[in-house]
Design a protein around this ligand. Structure first.
Ligand SMILES: [Zn+2]
Ligand SMILES: [Zn+2]
Length: 270
């Protein structure tokens, strides 16, 4: 029976000599052991390793296996297409991440620049308030100094005139001079009409600032947090999961694709 098969398969491997059995060097491999899924020789079936195995003529298995392989190839081509699709999606995701990051960085810069400008404006404004009061107070003090200076000059002149008058030997002249002089002394000795600087006028403590609250606020600057903090991994993480999920779903759909009746894959062959 097997000899017949061997002769019938003979025209098949014309171009290439049919392989011989490794155990039985004279025997062509012309039957197929269904149990072990390997081609073998008739002697192996009769006496050898495949004595108790189910075998079939190699030609009948040939077409089945060829179809199986062809189906397998077609499935792999489909899978490869899907993988190419996944790779394209991943590349697209990469580009999207870069674009999104770029946009967020620009926005971040703008927002920070706005904060800086608010601070700069405030600083200038408050600085200006100090400068204005400083000028006002210094000008007032300078004016007062001038008034006191003028008064001092006047007093010095009176003192000088007084000393000269003291030296006057002529009594009548002395007495003539003394009356207006005493009046002048009376007027000039009073400085009540000159304003006085209030206590603590030089104090500028009212321009103190307490930025503790603002410092805390600045330190607490952060990205907007998700309202429900289920997982504390940031937004980027969730994007990653999205990508992974889409990849997984693609991979899943590829595994769900119609498979030939008996898959050529070794693990499903069992
Ligand atoms: Zn053999
Ligand atoms: Zn076998």
């Amino acid at each position: 029976m097997f000899k017949q098969e061997s002769s019938s398969t003979k025209p098949e491997p014309v171009k290439e000599e049919a392989p011989m059995c490794e155990v039985h060097k004279e025997e062509k491999i012309n039957i197929y052991c269904v149990t072990h899924g390997v081609p073998t020789c008739s002697m192996c079936k009769v006496f050898g390793a495949h004595k108790d195995c189910v075998v079939e003529p190699i030609s009948s298995i040939f077409q089945t296996k060829k179809t199986e392989l062809s189906d397998g190839i077609a499935m792999m081509v489909g899978t490869n297409d899907r993988m190419q699709g996944i790779i394209s999606q991943l590349e697209e995701a990469c580009r999207a991440i870069e674009e999104n990051s770029c946009r967020q960085k620009t926005l971040l810069c703008e927002k920070f620049d706005h904060l800086y400008s608010i601070l700069e404006d405030k600083k200038r404004e408050m600085f200006q308030k100090v400068v204005v009061e400083q000028d006002e107070k210094v000008n007032y003090i300078r004016g007062l100094t001038r008034k006191y200076g003028d008064h001092l000059e006047e007093s010095c002149k009176i003192v000088e005139t007084g000393i000269q008058t003291m030296e006057e030997q002529e009594q009548a002249v002395f007495l003539q001079a003394t009356k207006p002089l005493r009046q002048k002394i009376g007027e000039a000795s009073s400085i009540a009409h000159l304003e006085k600087v209030e206590r603590g006028y030089e104090n500028m403590d009212h321009f103190s600032v307490d930025f503790r609250r603002e410092r805390r606020a600045l330190r607490s600057i952060d990205f907007i947090q998700d309202e429900d903090d289920e997982d504390e991994e940031g937004e980027t993480e969730s994007n990653d999961t999205e990508v992974t999920q889409s990849v997984q779903s693609l991979a899943l759909s590829s595994s769900k694709s119609p498979t030939p009746p008996s898959s050529p894959l070794p693990n499903t062959n069992v």
